[in-house]
Design a binder for this molecule. Structure first.
Ligand SMILES: Cc1ncc(COP(=O)(O)O)c(C=O)c1O
Length: 412
């Protein structure tokens, strides 16, 4: 098994950054191999896909293999395909437009979780302009959780789909996506799950969740600035993709990838495999396999656990601090920790930590509706000030967390 020091040696930016990087929910660092693969592709193989000459065939192969790898990474092989695009925001907007153009079969209601990042909220709320009724699935103010019973009250035979996060990028709690999906399916509705805040911490498993649509941003999972949206064959079947009219409807996922994905990005995505294989303790030159992906994420959880424990334990000793999200470590909590201080603004705390070279941040993190309600209820100072967020990944160390805690001692 790789030690934390060995893991850190894969990430050059960690060695050179003047800041301790604890803003990982905004975007992760990449292993050198990923950056090298992007560079090599651009210098050696930068021609268009789809022609018959050798270099073009290599490009075609890279893009095809990247799709296959992401299908495997998400455990979707055989049940659907991942669309590759520039961001989850774009993926959700494209999907919402597809649903607006599709036959509705009497289903014109959409349910959106209030804890959603705006990427998986705004596009659905905007469909109110195109004849849909959009309901908010409100979170419970006491526990800050989404309750299944509240969703069940909103579901009916008019529900087209339910959009919700697997993990809130502010709260850090893992929602029971399997139970939510089961309830939605019971009403005949589809689900669109935002897995962006889940994917850096746990192995995505669309097969077990039976997710119709599941998206995540690859730049938050040690890869290039892209995003993957997995859809099942049945879910694709109901929609017309937005790509050019002469591209056959059945050509999935390309029919849903107008302009195509970044080719050099695809090379970078593929180069994540050796890092995951090394984390899993296996051979780095073999073909990608699902078991190793799961093992790699098991290792990631084990490495993140002590960091999460230390941070929560410390914040729990501060009487003026309220943790916004689960205050205790558990398997249904990831290492993204947000808090507010009774009298000090989040901006003041984050900026002071930044001056001491701790890369954390404050704000609503585009979970605007969640933070807006918390601000209205007096939990936050205001929506823009939001929360202070410390987002840790497996390559962070206890020393780094202890350093931040020493810095917080002067502030909290
Ligand atoms: C939970 C969550 N969903 C969606 C997004 C949007 O992702 P992208 O930047 O790929 O559009 C983010 C980005 O921070 C996020 O944290």
């Amino acid at each position: 098994m790789l030690t934390t020091d060995e893991i850190r040696s894969f990430f050059p930016a960690i060695q050179t950054s003047p800041d301790v990087i604890l803003d990982n929910a905004g975007g992760s660092q990449v292993p050198k191999g990923v950056a090298d693969a992007i560079r090599d592709y651009m210098l050696e193989n930068y021609v268009q896909v789809g022609a018959d000459y050798e270099t073009s065939q290599r490009s075609t192969g890279t893009v095809a293999k990247a799709h296959e790898f992401i299908d495997l990474f998400m455990n979707g092989v055989g049940c659907g395909h991942a669309i590759l695009a520039s961001s989850t925001t774009v993926q959700c907007a494209v999907l919402a437009d597809c649903y607006a153009r599709a036959a509705r079969g009497g289903r014109n209601e959409i349910i959106v979780a209030e804890t959603a990042h705006e990427a998986n909220a705004g596009p659905w709320y905007r469909l109110a302009d195109r004849g849909f009724v959009v309901h908010t699935w409100a979170f419970d103010l006491e526990s800050l959780e989404l309750h299944l019973a509240d969703l069940e009250n909103l579901l009916s035979d008019r529900t087209l789909l339910v959009a919700f996060p697997h993990v809130s990028n502010v709260l850090g709690n893992v929602d029971d996506a399997q139970a939510i999906t089961k309830a939605a399916h019971g009403a005949g509705a589809r689900v669109v799950i935002d897995g962006v805040a889940y994917a850096p911490h746990r192995a995505i498993d669309v097969a077990t969740l039976e997710a119709d649509w599941y998206g995540y941003s690859t730049y938050k999972v040690f890869g290039p600035h892209m995003a993957a949206m997995f859809g099942t064959n049945e879910a694709f079947e109901e929609l017309d993709g937005p790509n050019h009219f002469f591209i056959p409807r059945e050509e999935v996922p390309y029919k849903f990838e107008p302009g195509g994905p970044s080719h050099e990005g695809c090379a970078g995505l593929l180069a994540l495999w050796p890092y995951l294989a090394a984390l899993a303790g296996g051979a780095v030159d073999g073909e990608p396999d699902r078991k190793s992906v799961e093992k790699a994420f098991d290792r990631i959880s084990v490495l993140e656990d002590p960091l999460l424990h230390r941070m929560l334990e410390y914040l729990g000793t501060k009487p003026d601090v309220r943790i916004i999200g689960p205050a205790s470590p558990s398997p249904s909590r990831v290492a993204t920790v947000s808090f507010v201080h009774r009298s000090k603004r989040s901006a003041e705390i984050a900026k002071a930590a930044n001056t001491a070279h701790f890369g954390i941040r404050y704000g609503h993190f585009y979970a605007y509706r969640l933070c807006h309600r918390l601000a209205l209820e007096g939990v936050l100072h205001d929506v823009e000030d939001g929360v202070v967020r410390v987002s840790m990944l497996h390559y962070n160390t206890l020393d780094e967390i202890d350093g931040l805690i020493r810095c917080f001692e002067e502030l909290l």
